[in-house]
Design a protein around this ligand. Structure first.
Ligand code: ADP
Length: 460
């Protein structure tokens, strides 16, 4: 059964139970009040009769005067003696020789009883008339219940119709109300289906019910879609980038292999080009593997105490060879700092950052290196006097395959894939560190790598 039908049924049931209880109380109250009213009239009439009743000299009960009841009056009076002889009766039942309530004649106490006489419903008050504790006669005052029965009947019909209406309205309200509340959910379902059918992750659900639980659900669903779309687009871009990067070296290798086949003697130039491209491919595949492991948090790290100052001096020597005197590389400040990390990976971080600084800084520029303590962290600062990174590029430089415009033109020489900084970022993250970049276009770039310092005790 649908949720809508279940809720409608529940509403109807609840409304039915509550209304039926209320109707029962109303019916019972009205009935009691009506019967009370009848009983009051019967008692008043009985009192009037009793006030004109006496015992004569023979010890017989005599009723001097009965209240006048014409034929249309719904009240009837009888006085019976203990030998079941009718002593007196109102003239509107003068032809009736039966007691209004035969059983009532035997009662020791005054009592009201509902009886049926000649198919007429009556309410009869029987009052034993006693003298010095001896029952001398029985006074019976009766009235037709038809009006009360009719009123009760009308009340039952009205309440029954109202109950049916209440159930119907509650069911309808449940049906329409839940339709209104659930309609945003239908939109969620429709959007989810459309996404699944059309592979369209760009669709979002309009959030009309922003304030309530469904609004929150839609918001969460839309946020999930944002995230999924982002991941999906990154994957697509990644695949496109990898295919693109693989195509160039493979084309070169294939071209050279064809050339070699046509030649009798092995051509050194072609072989060298093949080697270069195979090296590039190996590097690319290695970098991708490293990134995949690092991003999944499964990078194999050989953690050990590392003297960062020693490592920096070591890298400086390699960097100077790498720069071919194109730029000047200097250590401006160096503190003795020990961190816990994977030495080879940290060296890779330094080499990647310094190689970038050398690569992007024009001839005659300067690359400055600093290693300082800042509280509990060691900061490695690599600054250059290069062209800087445009503000638009900064949020993306740590993404896989992201290359700034200038880098893209340079990459024609095959030296740049846009993976260097991603690898740096993930290695640092995997070792509990952080990396920041500050750059002003035209003035240079500074990368700051922060790593937690290893305390003396931990190193031993
Ligand atoms: P690439 O292989 O292109 O150097 P990276 O991931 O190392 O890839 O760097 C990403 C981009 O960041 C580069 O393409 C370049 O635009 C920018 N970049 C990185 N380091 C510097 C720097 N020192 N000076 C200017 N731009 C830089």
């Amino acid at each position: 059964m649908s949720l809508r039908a279940q809720l409608s049924l529940l509403y109807s049931l609840l409304a039915g139970v509550v209304f039926a209880a209320a109707a029962f109380i109303v019916y019972a109250l009205v009935s009691v009040m009506l019967i009370d009213q009848i009983d009051y009239t019967l008692t008043s009439t009985a009192n009037v009769v009793m006030s004109s009743t006496r015992i004569d000299a023979q010890g017989q009960v005599v009723v001097d005067q009965l209240p006048v009841m014409d034929v249309t009056s719904p009240r009837y009076i009888q006085v019976w003696n203990t030998s079941d002889e009718l002593i007196s009766e109102s003239q509107n039942i003068s032809s009736l020789r039966l007691s209004l309530d035969p059983d009532g004649l035997r009662l020791p106490m005054p009592a009201y009883r509902d009886v049926e006489l000649n198919e007429v419903q009556l309410r009869v008050l029987s009052v034993p008339l006693q003298v010095s504790g001896r029952k001398m006669a029985v006074l019976q005052v009766g009235t037709n219940r038809a009006l009360v029965d009719e009123l009760q009947g009308i009340l039952r019909t009205v309440l029954g119709i109202a109950l049916a209406l209440a159930i119907l309205v509650a069911g309808l309200y449940g049906w329409l109300g839940t339709s209104l509340v659930l309609s945003p959910l239908e939109k969620v379902t429709e959007a989810a289906r459309s996404i699944a059918n059309k592979d369209d992750l760009s669709r979002r659900i309009p959030n009309v019910a922003r304030k309530n639980e469904i609004g929150v659900l839609i918001e969460a669903f839309n946020q999930t879609l944002d995230r999924l779309e982002d991941i999906f687009n990154k994957q697509k871009r990644f695949l496109a980038d990898v295919s693109h990067e693989l195509r160039t070296p493979l084309t070169v290798i294939k071209g050279n292999a064809g050339l070699l086949r046509k030649m009798k003697e092995p051509d050194e130039e072609s072989l060298r080009e093949i080697e270069v491209e195979v090296d590039r491919l190996t590097r690319l595949v290695g970098d991708l593997l490293l990134l995949a492991q690092a991003e999944a948090g499964r990078l194999e790290l050989h953690m050990q105490p590392v003297e960062l100052d020693v490592l920096l001096t070591e890298v400086l020597k390699q960097a100077r060879i790498l720069s071919l005197d194109k730029v000047q590389i200097h250590i401006d400040e160096i503190d003795q700092v020990m961190v816990r990390g994977d030495r080879d990976r940290l060296k890779q971080v330094l080499i990647n950052l310094i190689a970038n600084a050398i690569k992007y800084t024009p001839i005659g520029g300067r690359v400055g290196l600093r290693l300082v303590r800042a509280g509990n962290t060691a900061q490695l600062i690599i600054s250059d006097t290069g062209p800087g990174i445009p503000a638009n590029d900064i949020p993306h430089i740590f993404e896989r395959f992201y290359r700034g415009d200038k880098a893209r033109t340079r990459s024609l020489d095959g030296s740049s894939y846009g993976l260097g900084l991603s690898i740096v970022f993930w290695i640092i993250k995997n070792q509990g560190g952080d990396i920041e970049v500050k750059s002003i276009e035209g003035q240079g770039t500074t990368f700051v790598v922060s790593l937690p310092i290893l305390k003396e005790k931990e190193s031993t």
